[in-house]
Ligand binder design. Structure first.
Ligand code: ZN
Length: 226
């Protein structure tokens, strides 16, 4: 199946449309990502790794809620050590930049595309422990170290890679986040700041005035990473 770039509308890019996605067990994925993910899962289970999605498609409005709740202090903003940051002392700029370490702006999340999946192995999560999606769970002696090693060895042959594998000061390292490159590369190339701002028209986005003024800087640092 080839990708028709004309079908990738601004609504598709910014998570305002999910009609093109496949539904399964409360999740949604792009059909090509869905096929590749299932093939990879089948291979992994033979090696004793149970790859399951914690999060797949997330729409614009869900991301908007997350963003606004963090901005207004109704949901914690974490620092690099997973400690909640005290918002009272932060300027609007500092607040936006702190949120952007871990959360995408509404309309820019890679989860809007149906190509990106947060994964874990439920068989390795100890009884009574909650999945945190924190880097230590996936590294060295973490619960999911075997999952990480298996993916390192095998995921590229199924088209997957980790867009947030290295922390370059923008988005923090997310070893649980994998992306289906053959489709995601098109999404990345088509998402421009003009299309993003179009998706924001008439929407309440906390800090919008500062964000719009600094949108090019934000794109360079936090968006269009491939
Ligand atoms: Zn993710």
């Amino acid at each position: 199946m080839l990708i028709d770039k004309n079908m990738i509308t601004t609504d598709v890019l910014t998570g305002k449309c999910s009609d093109h996605l496949v539904n399964f067990h409360h999740h949604k994925l792009h059909p090509l990502a869905y096929i590749a993910f299932n093939a990879m899962k089948e291979h992994a289970i033979k090696d004793g790794i149970n790859i399951q999605p914690a999060s797949t498609f997330r729409d614009f409005y869900r991301q908007q809620t997350i963003w606004n709740e963090k901005f207004y202090g109704h949901r914690p903003i974490l620092d690099d050590n997973n400690i909640p940051i005290n918002l009272e002392r932060l300027s609007i700029e500092e607040c936006c930049l702190a949120i952007l370490r871990w959360s995408a702006l509404p309309g820019t999340s890679r989860h809007h595309w149906g190509t990106d999946i947060d994964i874990y192995d439920p068989d390795r999560l100890p009884c009574g422990k909650k999945l945190m999606l924190e880097a230590w769970e996936y590294h060295n002696d973490g619960y999911f170290a075997n999952l990480t090693a298996w993916l390192n060895e095998n995921m590229t042959s199924y088209g997957f890679y980790r867009p947030f594998a290295i922390d370059t000061g923008g988005v923090a390292c997310e070893p649980w986040h994998i992306s289906y490159y053959p489709v995601a590369e098109h999404m990345t190339s088509l998402l421009t700041h003009e299309r993003l701002l179009e998706s924001w028209q008439g929407e309440h986005i906390a800090g919008k005035y500062w964000l719009e003024k600094n949108i090019l800087l934000i794109f360079r640092k936090f968006i269009n990473i491939c």
